[in-house]
Design a protein around this ligand. Structure first.
Ligand SMILES: [Zn+2]
Length: 62
């Protein structure tokens, strides 16, 4: 999945994405920018989060 990298200032593919849950019950993918290795995260809807976990794009980490 793509997320915004603060360092590259662009949408970049996320490497090693892990799906976590926020305190408010939302979903958040955490990973690293494939290009610069900078940490990045992306707020996900429940539907998108489940899709990403099913397809293997993101590992379940909660
Ligand atoms: Zn980057």
């Amino acid at each position: 999945m793509d997320a915004r990298c603060m360092k590259c200032k662009a949408q970049k593919p996320m490497a090693g994405a892990e799906m976590t849950k926020t305190a408010r019950g939302g979903f958040m993918a955490k990973g690293k920018c494939k290009d610069c290795g900078c940490g990045m995260c992306k707020i996900m809807s429940e539907a998108d989060a489940e899709k990403a976990m099913k397809s293997g794009e993101a590992k379940k980490a909660f």
